[in-house]
Design a protein around this ligand. Structure first.
Ligand SMILES: [Zn+2]
Length: 84
């Protein structure tokens, strides 16, 4: 799947879970199967997601904590985030 498609899907999931994602530059996959990768992280809680166009056999194309749990800080004001 193209990196732009993966980013759209992962971005939609992250948004549903309350995360506010920022994304790295697209970079060449380090796994030796070709394709591109991109990383994202949530501005509020720091949860991450990694996108891999051609994942290794034991890998997956979209993975990370931002996909598997809701944002812990989404409903908190900035001053309350510091205390948590
Ligand atoms: Zn978050």
């Amino acid at each position: 799947m193209k990196i732009s498609t993966l980013k759209r899907k992962a971005g939609a999931t992250a948004q549903c879970r309350g995360h506010k994602m920022i994304w790295s530059e697209v970079y060449r996959s380090p796994y030796g199967f070709g394709g591109d990768c991109q990383d994202g992280s949530c501005l509020l809680c720091g949860d991450v997601v990694q996108l891999t166009e051609n994942p290794p056999p034991n890998g997956i194309d979209i993975e990370g904590t931002a996909m598997s749990r809701n944002c812990r800080y989404k409903n908190l004001m900035p001053n309350e985030r510091a205390k948590k």
